[in-house]
Design a protein around this ligand. Structure first.
Ligand SMILES: [Zn+2]
Length: 124
């Protein structure tokens, strides 16, 4: 079963300013990773089948989703833990920023939605 946990993260700007934040992380065991990757790949294959019925666009949508399906499986099966939400104080502008969703691999890069400056997320 996936484990849900809240972890403290450090947000660091390119100037070296640091602030704190939290991130909600879901971690998956091997069986769940494969099941999750299969689900995402099947959704992509479903889009492949559904795009057969789209006139003209099916000439590139069908091969695109057909090729994307194993790529999606490979990418998602490599995600042992994902950030599904989080927030912190931007070290540059001082406003509250949302931490973007994605693979939980620290250090990771993010962007403040207020000042558009790069922020590096680190584990304390
Ligand atoms: Zn900012």
């Amino acid at each position: 079963m996936s484990q849900h946990k809240t972890v403290d993260v450090v947000l660091e700007s390119v100037n070296g300013n640091k602030t704190k934040g939290t991130a909600e992380i879901d971690s998956f065991d091997d069986k769940e990773r494969i099941a999750r990757a299969t689900r995402f790949a099947m959704m992509t294959m479903g889009l492949c089948i559904a795009s057969i019925f789209v006139p003209i666009a099916h000439f590139f949508l069908v091969p695109f989703f057909f090729i994307a399906s194993p790529v999606v499986f490979y990418v998602v099966s490599g995600q042992g833990a994902v950030i599904h939400s989080g927030s912190g104080i931007c070290p540059e502008c001082g406003k509250k920023m949302e931490i973007s969703k994605g693979r939980a691999k620290f250090p990771m890069d993010d962007l403040c939605e207020h000042c558009k400056r790069p922020v590096k997320l680190l584990m304390p």
